[in-house]
Design a binder for this molecule. Sequence first.
Ligand code: SF4
Length: 446
Amino acid sequence: MLNNKYCHDYSYKIITLGCPVNQAESASLDAAMQEAGYRAVESNADIYIINSCAVTKSAARKSRYEVRHAKKENPRALIVLAGCYAQVDAGEIKEIIPEADVVIGTAGRSRIPQIITEELQYKKPGKRILVQKLHRDEEYEEMSITSRFPRCRPVVKIQEGCDEFCSYCVVVHARGKPRSRDPRRVIEEVLRLAEAGHKEIVLAGTHLGAYGRDLGRTSLPDLLSRLDDLKYPFRIRLSSIEPMVVSTELLETMAEIDRVCNNLYLPLQSGSSSILKKMKRRYTVEQFAEIICQARELMPDISIISDMIVGFPGEKETDHMQSMETVRGLALSKLHVFPYSPREKTPAARYPEQVRPDVKKRRVEEMHSLGEALALNFHRRFIGSELRVLVERIKEQQDGVWAEGFSDNYILTRFPIRKIQIKEGDMIAVKPEKAYSWGVKGIVID
Ligand code: SF4
């Protein structure tokens, strides 16, 4: 057994599933484990922390798989299952995942290093379930990232929780009510990352656009303006933001502040207003179209990326055709298409008229190929223009060395380089020459 050795002798690995908020939390956990003296490794760790996701059935299944896989990799390891799946399905986990030694939900994760040390020193037989019920007066749990972030585009979490209660969504049960991070903590963290040389910072939250509502003295536009005062060359990207909280003030602020990327990740979910009603989404197709119209007036090159749920209970063929028509009419830039996945504890899972799997599959394919065609159209618009690309990967290929990364408006851009010139994390001007549904290929503008 492991119980007589101390922190610096123990290695750990963090496995992250799900959304950018989870990525930011794992980066904070990583920093906290390092601070506690534990050693990060890529495999065969003494300790595994699985930061899980519950948004769909397959995400929950993947969370269980990662727990079992870790135990297979090192049967003597201590396994910590944390995050949304642990919060939502703690009861089930107790029964079906004997491999998880410690189960901790979405509250109290900042204590994980201490809990692990206690487990290593005083390991008692059996599973330790530390999933707390999320209270209405839950405070924002500060978990900060040091300057080390495992990616070129660090994610800074600024908000947690949601009170929209969309009928298909389990996230509200996993994350509790909306609560915002102290803007001073956000600014400190962004400053640390910018000082460390990061050229792009992604701001993320469960309900990002609701930032500041609970604090009453700030808002997302206000935070963007304060971040713009920082004297470092970095751009800010907003991760997914719900249409019901996108204000004219936010769009105008995005247009005014040059360092804010002209890219909106705006989940429409359905292009049929009757289905949106069933989803309990607080907007209509017309209101969604109005936001896009305003955004394009203010930022003509803006990309609008969207999530679509296909095969929602009660979705008739006419709803699906209307949804396709809406998406085509809005000329969205990129689609993420998901087949509706019934999640326990959500009202929609009990709705009648669940759509047959084969019908759902066909509709997903149709919506997906429409998305591909729209993405190609959007990318074609930038042939011959100039894109600012943050280099994220450099690859040796048969036809030479290539770099790739995203532009301000989130176009995946690939271009050949002479190795000495460019490194990961550099911001490069690129002229696109050929468009594809996945992005563009171009050349460096000297
Ligand atoms: S806005 Fe809706 S879909 Fe998004 S987290 Fe809240 S309840 Fe879930």
